[in-house]
Design a protein around this ligand. Structure first.
Ligand SMILES: C[S@@+](CC[C@H](N)C(=O)[O-])C[C@H]1O[C@@H](n2cnc3c(N)ncnc32)[C@H](O)[C@@H]1O
Length: 209
């Protein structure tokens, strides 16, 4: 195993790798798809509590406010939490030391979103984070993840928890990470058509029985 002396601090350009008009087009499409996936799954049900795990600066967390009374964004980078709190004051952004220990009660969330986060975690960290997501999800609650699923897409420091990496894990592997959840739906992630790659990941919607 290789280890970095200090961990990489994520910046905005790592969260979304395009800017300006392309950023706006991508985020519009992603909001629309997340909104439709949630609406199709739950109809008119309004959640008491929803959260995003790995919220960044709240780019996707904001959609959850359309569906839930209380929305929390858990994020490791303090500078993202500060900026998101200023921009989206109706959301409770919480800085966490890691995503493996979230300050949320067991079975307290009706809905959990994890958007392009697990793909950046090494295998042991992804496994521990998945267990933590399972812990906070209520029975009957939903988990929506959007992650790179092409196993040939693997780069960076894939065995260094302090580094930065992307690991494409196929859908069956995500089913094994969440063994007690039922996979309800999958669909390709859509982003702006000018992006140089076609396959940019998969939405996976799960329900906890
Ligand atoms: C690609 S960004 C996605 C952010 C947000 N979900 C979005 O779509 O705008 C990945 C997020 O995961 C967080 N992250 C990456 N590696 C992490 C790790 N090892 N532990 C905790 N958080 C991590 C980053 O700080 C960043 O907010």
């Amino acid at each position: 195993m290789t280890t970095s002396p200090q961990r990489v601090v994520w910046q905005q350009q790592h969260v979304v790798d395009v800017r300006d008009a392309a950023f706006a087009a991508r985020t519009y499409r992603e909001h629309a798809d997340v909104r439709a996936l949630i609406r199709n799954a739950v109809g008119a049900w309004r959640f008491q509590s929803a959260c995003e795990v790995g919220a960044g600066f709240g780019r996707m967390t904001v959609v959850l406010t359309e569906f839930a009374d209380r929305v929390t964004g858990f994020e490791r980078e303090a500078h993202f939490v500060e900026e998101a709190t200023r921009l989206l004051p109706n959301i409770n952004f919480v800085q966490v030391g890691s995503l493996q220990e979230l300050p949320a009660a067991t079975a307290s969330m009706d809905f959990v979103l994890t958007f392009t986060v697990l793909q950046h975690l090494t295998n042991p960290v992804a496994e521990a984070t998945a267990k933590e997501i399972l812990r906070i999800l209520k029975p009957g609650g939903y988990l929506l993840i959007c992650e790179e699923t092409d196993p040939s897409h693997c780069d960076g420091a894939t065995d260094d928890p302090n580094g930065m990496c992307t690991i494409g894990r196929p859908v069956p592997l995500y089913q094994r990470l969440f063994p007690t959840l039922e996979l309800l739906a999958t669909q390709p992630r859509r982003i702006e058509p000018t992006y140089p790659r076609d396959d940019v990941g998969t939405y996976m919607l799960f329900r906890k029985p």
